[in-house]
Structures are given as structure tokens and as C-alpha cells.
Ligand binder design. Sequence first.
Ligand code: ZN
Length: 115
Amino acid sequence: MHEYSIVQALLAQVTAEARNHGATAVRRVEISIGELAGVEPDLLETAFEYFRERTICTKAELVSRRIAAAWACRVCGRERRQQSYLRCERCARPFDLVRGDEIILDKIDMEVPDV
Ligand SMILES: [Zn+2]
């Protein structure tokens, strides 16, 4: 399943980051999911709960936020919230998707022992 491979990649990234900081545990992982990323947040959370076992994230909470899609004209930067096959009124350029198909790792809250 799509969500499984995303979660495995996410855990690998979080684990690498936690190691770099000498963390002993991860408390919370915050991500943003674009509405066009093709990911079900519920499925992603379920997959996370399954795959976090025996990783540094075993007690971590996954918090996800939705990002609304947006399209923009590359020339003048005019933005639209809905997909449109129309061209920019000003530049006659087609609109490109600029937000909404990505998954971003925003924040990792980890326990780092005092040195
Ligand atoms: Zn334009």
C-alpha cells in the first residue's frame, strides 16, 4: 500500500534525524499532507502506529495537517484555489500546481539527554 512506503520513508528520515541529534526517543512527529498527495491521513496514522514499533519512534505521536492545493501563474504569481484550465488573464500562461501534492516533514519533537 502507498501509505506503508510513505511511513517507512518517514520513519527512516526521522530516525536519521534523531540519531544526528543524539536523541533517545521521539515524542512527536508533525507532517503536512497536500490534499492532492493521494494519501489518506487515517491510513497513514494506522501505518505509523504499526511501523513505529521497535524504532526510536515507538512512543511518538503523529500529527498531520492538510495543505490546500493551489495553482499559480509562473510569470506574475497570481494564485488560484481551484484547478482551472484557463490561462492567466494577464500573461496568457497556463496555471501550474504550486502546492498540494507534497508530504512535508515539519517538525520532530525528541528527547535529547543533557550532556
Ligand atoms: Zn500571470
